[in-house]
Structures are given as C-alpha cells and as structure tokens.
Design a protein around this ligand. Structure first.
Ligand code: LCS
Length: 399
C-alpha cells in the first residue's frame, strides 16, 4: 500500500492494507497465495543469518509466509495494533497467547462469560501444564482486582461474550491490569475491528477466531493474535515455531478476501439482528431476548460507547424450556443448525447441549447458560425471510 496507509480509513485499509502489488506480488492485483512450505536462501551465510534472526526473511511456513504477512499486517492496522500472528484456529491463537504470556507467572484471571472451548482450555487443559485460572464476574471490578496476586500472568475477557452477549467494560479492566503491570487480552471475535477496537480502550492483545466474521463465509478455520511487536515476535519464534499452530496459506488468503467486505457484512449483520431481536422481544412464545442493541440489554449504554453497531449475535429464552427449543430448532428451514457463528447465513444452536456441553451443569449456570437459551447468529439474508422462517417454526411448536 502507499506511504499514506496509516491515514486511510477502515474501508480503504481493509482493501489495500499490507500489500503493494508491485513490491510484494509481481504486479498481481489480488494478493497471491504463497502455497509453499519453504523459501530459497541466497547462500549458506544468508541461511545462517535468517536462522539467527540477524536478518528478517522467510524460512519455512511453520514460522511465516508472505500470504500470512499480508493478512497479519492488514488486521494489525485495522485493530490499531503493531503486529499480528496468523494461527490455524481461534483456539490455537488463545493457547499460543497464553503460553507466551504465562512463563514464570502461572495464573490467568478470566471473565466467566467466555466461549466454552476457551473455558475448557483454561479450566481443564492448561492446569495439566501448571497454568491455572481464576474465573471472575467481569462486571465486578473488585473481583478482578482481588483475584490478582504475585503469580498472575495476564487478564482475559471476551466482549460480547459467547453466548450470553455480556458487554464488558474493557477500559476499566485494562486500568486494573495496568495498575499491576499486567497485560489484558481481549477476544474480539464477535465485534471484529469494524465494530470495536479493544486496543483503543486499553487492551494490550487482541484475539480473533477468524473462522467467524473475518472469514465470514463459513469456509475456513483460523485465528489471529494482534499485539505489540516484541510480543508477536516472541510468540512467533518460540511457541509458534515449537508447537506448530501455523495457519494454512489458502485459509489466510480466504481471510484477506473476508476483510475486504467486512464492513459491509457487519453493517448488514447488525441491522438484520436488531430487527430480529425486536421481533423476538414482542413474540408471545419468547421469555426474554439478549441483544446489546436492545434498550432492555443490561449493558446497552456500554455497548453504544464501545461498539459502532451491535453485531449479528443474539440469544433468547423460549417459553416451554428446552423441549419447545428443540422443536423450534427442528422446525427451522432457512436457519442452519450447526456449531459455528459469523457465517453469511443465519445459524441456530442450543449451546447448553452443544458448544458449551464441556461445562458441568454448575459451570453452565455460572456462565449464564440456561437450558432454554437458543443462540442465533443472524446472517445477511433478507431479514423478512429470516423472520418468516422463525415464525413458521414457532407456529409448529406443539404442547
Ligand atoms: N473465541 C470465540 C468467541 C469463539 O466463539 C470461538 C469458537 C473461538 C474463540 C474458537 O475459535 P476456533 O478455534 O473455533 O476458530 N466458537 C464456536 C462456537 O460458538 N460454535 O462453534 C465454535
């Protein structure tokens, strides 16, 4: 891109950031896919200099790749961060960030409203390797502070949380982290940098499951970590190189395509979801609706401050408990029943028996996941068709 890259607006960076066709791609206007494992060295001394990190350059795709580099530079600029590292999945990004931060100090302090896979990694898997986690109510700032001790490695939160859609005050938690000289890691998957840039509110490191809105079309698993240059370099040459969570060049190419239309999609996801949320809120078979764009959402004012719009995710409690929910899920025709979010298409799921089933009943209750909670990831179809599908599915519920 040109020397004016930093001055361009979001939409322009999303299309051009991190890539100069002449310098980086033999004139190819679209970013090329470098589908290669390794790169020629000029001579033995050049090879030795690259391995010794005395000179920057590509060595092997487990450590870096020119297609990844475009995606990494572009997302880093969009998030307002210095650098980024593309990983094979969102979980790989979270694990790598944790391994890179938790070296001598071994405790994570984490919001209890996080994706079930993240909860399981922190609560069950990392403890086997000596890294433990204290889960806190993210809205209780005293709880965050009380959980910090000399062994704390970093603070972690997700906003909006999956699936309860809690909006956490990033600035307040960042202030607590910085008071103790700790880094705050924020999973920004549901917002994407188009709706919110956590670094502006004081976050130090941002995580994405690129599988979701960044890829946007439900085709590729991947993740990314955005953060300070020294942190990303350390992650790349240590954990990334040693444990092997490298992204696939084809997938980072898909994520580049996704970034190019991200703002358009997030606008439509958000507008559609607000309409569906309002419709559900007025529906007689619905007990409650959680959508950050509704005035009834407990963190609506914070969402307005922290986000450009309110995103495509919503959840609701159906009257008649999970039996009615099961019927609704079985009756939909346009909505897809599957374990993903952030697709162009509308998706539906019952988290308690699927995405969060790794959590015990007690853990689910603590994480705000009730048995009658249905999660919708609203797509970019015509909104009348989405509502029409839900309506016919509600109408068929018996009992
Ligand atoms: N962070 C959030 C907020 C997520 O929702 C997910 C996956 C991840 C991280 C992990 O990313 P992955 O490794 O899958 O790329 N959430 C899923 C969900 O709600 N249903 O299926 C996956």
């Amino acid at each position: 891109m040109s020397s004016r890259e930093k001055e361009y607006s979001f939409d322009t960076i999303a299309l051009h950031g991190g890539y100069d066709p002449k310098e980086d791609g033999n004139g190819a206007r679209a970013v090329p896919i470098y589908q290669t494992t390794s790169y020629l060295f000029n001579d033995a001394d050049h090879a030795a200099r690259l391995f010794a990190l005395e000179e920057a350059g590509d060595i092997y795709t487990r450590i870096g790749n020119p297609t990844h580099a475009v995606f990494e530079k572009r997302i880093a600029t969009l998030e307002g961060g210095e650098a980024a590292l593309a990983t094979s999945s969102g979980m790989a990004a979270i694990n790598l960030a944790a391994l890179t931060l938790a070296e001598e100090k071994k405790e994570i302090v984490c919001s209890k409203y996080v994706y079930g896979g993240t909860y399981h990694l922190f609560a069950e898997t990392l403890p086997k390797y000596g890294i433990k986690t204290k889960f806190v109510d993210p809205h209780n700032f005293e709880e965050w502070e009380k959980a910090i001790n000399d062994n704390t490695a970093f603070l972690y939160l997700e906003s909006p949380g999956n699936p309860t859609l809690d909006i956490v005050d990033i600035q307040k938690v960042a202030n607590i982290a910085h008071k103790y000289d700790l880094k705050l890691v924020v999973d920004n998957t549901f917002c994407t940098p188009y709706l919110s840039q956590p670094i502006k509110f004081g976050a130090d490191i941002v995580i994405h499951s690129a599988t979701k809105y960044i890829g946007g079309h439900g085709s590729s698993i991947g993740g990314v970590i955005v953060g300070p240059e020294d942190f990303i370099l350390k992650g790349r040459v240590e954990g990334y190189r040693d444990t092997g969570p490298a992204a696939s060049p084809f997938n980072t190419w898909i994520f580049i395509q996704g970034l190019e239309t991200l703002s358009l999609r997030m606008e439509k996801h958000s507008d559609n979801a607000l309409e569906v949320a309002k419709w559900l809120e007025a529906h007689p078979q619905v007990e409650w609706v959680r959508y950050p764009g509704l005035e009834s959402h407990p963190h609506h004012e914070l969402a307005k401050k922290q986000q450009k719009k309110f995103g495509g995710m919503l959840c609701f409690g159906i009257k008649g408990g999970f039996d009615a929910g099961k019927q609704l899920i079985n009756n939909v025709e346009l909505c897809s029943l599957l374990a993903n979010v952030g697709d162009t298409r509308t998706l539906i799921i019952h988290p308690s028996s699927t995405t969060h089933e790794q959590l015990s009943e007690e853990e689910q209750t603590t994480a705000g996941i009730t048995e009658n909670l249905i999660r919708l990831s609203i797509g970019i179809e015509n909104v009348e068709d989405i509502i029409g599908d839900l309506e016919q599915a509600f109408n068929k519920i018996e009992g």
